[in-house]
Each structure stands twice: as structure tokens, then as C-alpha cells.
Design a protein around this ligand. Structure first.
Ligand SMILES: [Zn+2]
Length: 513
């Protein structure tokens, strides 16, 4: 079943061992479950970038060796690049199909940190028959607020009945983009009383007790509702619990830095750690200023990290709140920069208004960034790479091609344009996101590394063949050249093809060993 490139027994390697004498007796005695033989191994933490053989026992890397190894399964990686599995801090892809599409992009750990969830044990129910990749979630502020203000329990990835009169399949995103509707006004528009603020923070604290990976704060979606007192309270909670806040900051008119300054000031005052989501999509024309202010804050001692979603468009429903405001000024674009997600057709003022009136729940794609902004973000040495994938429920329904975010960076910005080096890009996809979490969640100290004792989450790339092919019209076209993907030592992608039966993922919490 493993195809021609894997032999069940590495005869050549064994011959080498028997000729190698006593120095290799130790290796000879070892027989690994899986061996990845002779690839260019990149470990961003130690700086290793050399041809090595990796021996895996069970779910861990046992050895990274200069000498050939023998194993029950041997993957010939000669001429290939071997890197840690990618750790995605920002995906909403909590369905099995989303995880599988992300596996084909090299993502072995897919985390829902921006929106998060409450009653996080529901996530485990979603995956009763196992998960394709490792997963985990933050405690979601929006979910906690909805529980307190609307009495609705939101569960990421779980379809819920929508309140009467609202459209959508009932995903958490559907609730977010229906925030302008009367039925959800308490969550999205009403101020919270002092008592409600403490209730919200009690819900979040309970989630943190159960191991939630920090607090997800989609502030922009609740911009009208949340005042300074409410915001300060959640910063104080994050500081007291020593967990990060993952923040979608308030958006003003194109490039207004007020939303960034607000959270940096609160981080300084409270000591909370903050992570700024999809920087290009919030900074827009003022990206240089935003990145400078983040660097200054970091140098002043603020625990601040930042991520980029490496695509130049946004996607939401045409009826979403922002498209009922002065969106052309906010984004600095016009009707002709927006297209239908289903057909790709571009709008005019007339067709936009008619479509918005008749199909408020229809997804659209609004192009408001350019590749120059993505390049600029990637040139920041601390920039973490994420997907911001919208949950895929069926391959018949298109979502933006964020399921290919990591290999788009590798193909377009590393291989073709050489904006950043390959080891640097790999570090931003593996080590840096793992480091963001490992202080609070020690299990992440074994992620994002190719070392003895690390989790065997591994990607083998055929660099010469690597080609990103997905587009907004064809979002599920997998990238060519992602040859093998291992999750906890099990081979989940073989010769570029998904092995759907492999469900080797695990729930990751702050309590995980
Ligand atoms: Zn966001």
C-alpha cells in the first residue's frame, strides 16, 4: 500500500550496517518503526540543515543520525526536504475534511485560537472516530459573551440551529457574520453590565481550567458592544492566568492604528501577552507603521507576537455588517474589486446592490491587499505564518484557498521570489508558533522540531516539483510536491495522496503531558 518509494525493509541500509563495524553496532541493533532516509533535514531550533536519517519509534523521533538506519517502514527522502509538521495557530477548519485538506498542505497541528470555543469538550465529540491532525482551541470570548448575553452555546465546527429568520448552516462564522441581526444584538451590539462582565470572565476561566490554549478575542466583530472596562477585564484575566490573547483588533478606516495601539497599551498596563491576528488584513495601507509599533512594543518588554495570512483578499457574506457600513472607504476599494465566490463574476455597483438585497448570505471575495503587503509582512523576522481557513464542510462548497496557505508561501515567496530563505520560512511555520504556546502548554515544546524526543510530526517535500495550484475558483487543488506527511509517527500522506483512514491526531491542551 505504500507504493514503490517505500520498501518494507531497507536492505541497502542493512548491508551498510554490516560493513560498518562496531561503530554502528548500536544503530544496527535498533530497528525503528519508521525511517525517513537520506533527506535534507531542517531543524529550526538547532539550525541543523544537512542530510540525515530519522528513526521513529511509536509517536516520537528516536534519533536523527548521519548513519543509515533500518526500519519496518522506510521512506526514501533522498533529494527531498524534511521539515517539522506545520503548526497553524489560526484555522477555523475544525471539520475532518478541513484537517485533511490542511494535511495536504503540511499542517499537522491545526489550532482554533482566534475565535476559540466554549464547552471545549464538544470539540472532542466532533472527532469521535479520531482526528486527521492534532488540534486544540482557545477559550472564545465571542462564545462566552454569547452564552451570557444570548444564552446560546456556540461550538466551533458544530452546526447549530440558527435563531429564527437568520440564514446559514449554524457554524460559529455564521453567527459572527449575522451579528448585525436583531436576534444577536445582545452579543454583538449591547454593552455588558459589570455583573455580565464577571460572568463572561468566569466562563473563560472555567475553560482555562480545562486546558484551553489561551483566549481568542475577535474584538472587531463585537466592536460596538465592548467598551474599555470590558476589554480591560479580559486582559486582566489573561495576565492573571499567564495565557496569551489572540486578537482580531478593531478595524477603523483603512490603516487607522487606533485598534493596535489600544491592545498594546492594555498589554503594557496589565502585563497580558498578546498575539495580533492577520496583520496585513488589519494594517492595510499602514503596514509599515503597524509593524514598527509592534517591534517597539516588543523591545519595551511586551510579550507580543504577530501573524500573516498570506493571501491578498478577504471573504465573508455580502450581507455582513462591514458591507452595510462604508466598506469602500474602510477597505480603499470599489465595487469592481469584489467578486462572487461561487462563479468568480466581478460586481458593478448595480449588480452588487441587487445581489446584496436578494442573497445576503452569499459568500463574496473582496480584494483589498496586494502581494507587496504580503512580502513586506514576510520580511519581518518574527512574522508567524497561518492559514485563517474557514471550515470546509463539503468539497462542493468553495471557501477561499487558505487550505494551501503554507505551501503558497513556500512556492511563491520562498522558491520563486526568494523573499525569505527556506529555513527561515520553516521556522515561522513550525518553531515560532510552537514557542508561542509552549510556556502555557508544555506539549508544544515537542512540536516544531526535528530532534530526539520530538513528536514525529514530519513533512517531506519534493522541492523541485513543489507547485502551488489552488485559486479562489479552484480552492481544493492540492499543492504538488508535498510527498509525505506524518502525524504522531503515522504516515497520513503517501506520495502526495491522503490516507483517509489514518486518524493519528490528538487533542492538545495546556494540561497535555
Ligand atoms: Zn479574524
Amino acid at each position: 500500500m505504500f507504493g514503490s518509494k517505500i520498501s518494507r525493509f531497507a536492505v541497502a541500509a542493512l548491508l551498510l550496517f554490516s560493513m560498518g563495524g562496531i561503530a554502528h553496532a548500536q544503530h544496527f541493533a535498533q530497528h525503528y518503526d519508521v525511517v525517513i532516509a537520506g533527506g535534507r533535514v531542517i531543524d529550526p531550533e538547532t539550525g541543523l540543515d544537512a542530510v540525515r536519517h530519522i528513526g521513529i519509534s511509536g509517536d516520537r523521533i528516536d534519533v536523527v543520525s548521519t548513519q543509515p538506519l533500518s526500519g519496518a517502514t522506510v521512506i526514501d527522502a533522498s533529494g527531498k526536504i524534511v521539515v517539522p509538521g506545520f503548526v497553524d495557530l489560526h484555522t477555523h477548519g475544525t471539520t475532518t475534511i478541513s484537517q485533511q485538506m490542511q494535511l495536504l498542505d503540511g499542517v499537522t497541528t491545526a489550532l482554533e485560537l482566534e475565535l476559540g470555543t466554549v464547552k471545549g469538550e464538544a470539540l472532542a465529540d466532533l472527532y469521535a472516530d479520531g482526528t486527521a491532525s492534532n488540534f486544540g482551541a482557545s477559550a472564545g470570548y465571542m462564545s462566552a459573551r454569547m452564552l451570557v448575553k444570548n444564552g446560546i452555546i456556540l461550538r466551533s465546527g458544530t452546526a447549530l440551529p440558527m435563531p429564527a429568520g437568520l440564514k446559514g448552516i449554524g457554524s460559529i462564522i455564521d453567527y459572527a457574520i449575522n451579528g448585525f441581526q436583531e436576534a444577536l444584538a445582545p452579543t454583538y451590539q449591547e454593552k455588558a453590565s459589570a455583573d455580565e462582565i464577571s460572568q463572561i470572565n468566569r466562563v473563560l476561566a472555567e475553560e482555562l481550567d480545562k486546558g484551553a490554549l489561551g483566549i481568542g478575542l475577535t474584538l472587531d466583530y463585537m466592536s460596538e458592544a465592548i467598551n474599555e472596562a470590558e476589554l480591560r477585564a479580559v486582559f486582566e484575566l489573561a495576565a492573571a492566568r499567564d495565557v496569551p490573547l489572540y486578537i482580531h483588533i478593531r478595524r477603523g478606516i483603512n490603516g487607522d492604528p487606533a485598534g493596535l495601539r489600544e491592545v498594546i497599551d492594555l498589554a503594557k498596563q496589565t502585563g497580558a501577552a498578546i498575539h495580533i491576528c492577520h496583520i496585513t488584513h488589519n494594517a492595510m495601507v499602514n503596514l509599515d507603521l503597524f509593524l514598527d509599533e509592534i517591534t517597539v512594543a516588543r523591545n519595551e518588554g511586551v510579550d507580543i507576537t504577530v501573524e500573516v495570512l498570506p493571501f491578498e483578499a478577504g471573504s465573508t457574506n455580502i450581507g455582513a455588517a462591514v458591507f452595510r457600513r462604508d466598506w469602500r472607504t474602510i477597505y480603499g476599494i470599489d465595487y469592481g474589486d469584489v467578486q462572487r465566490a461561487d462563479t468568480g463574476a466581478w460586481f458593478t455597483e448595480e449588480s452588487f446592490k441587487a445581489y446584496q438585497r436578494d442573497h445576503p448570505d452569499a459568500p463574496i471575495i473582496h480584494h483589498y491587499l496586494n502581494k507587496g503587503q504580503t512580502r513586506r509582512a514576510l520580511s519581518d523576522p518574527e512574522m508567524i505564518i497561518v492559514s485563517d481557513l474557514i471550515s470546509i464542510t463539503t468539497l462542493d462548497k468553495k471557501v477561499p484557498p487558505h487550505n494551501t496557505a503554507f505551501t503558497r508561501v513556500l512556492d511563491l515567496f520562498v522558491k520563486l521570489e526568494q523573499i525569505i530563505s527556506l529555513p527561515d520560512a520553516i521556522s515561522r511555520m513550525t518553531l515560532k508558533p510552537a514557542q508561542r504556546l509552549q510556556k502555557m502548554a508544555p506539549a508544544f515544546a515537542r512540536k516544531g522540531r526535528l530532534q530526539t524526543g520530538a513528536d514525529a510530526d514530519i513533512v517531506v517535500l519534493d522541492w523541485d516539483r513543489l507547485a502551488h495550484r489552488a485559486s479562489y475558483q479552484d480552492p481544493y487543488a492540492p499543492t504538488v510536491g508535498v510527498e509525505y506527511v506524518l502525524v504522531n509517527g503515522q504516515v497520513a500522506v503517501i506520495n502526495g495522496a491522503l490516507v483517509a483512514a489514518v486518524k493519528a491526531g490528538r487533542l492538545l491542551t495546556s494540561l497535555s503531558e
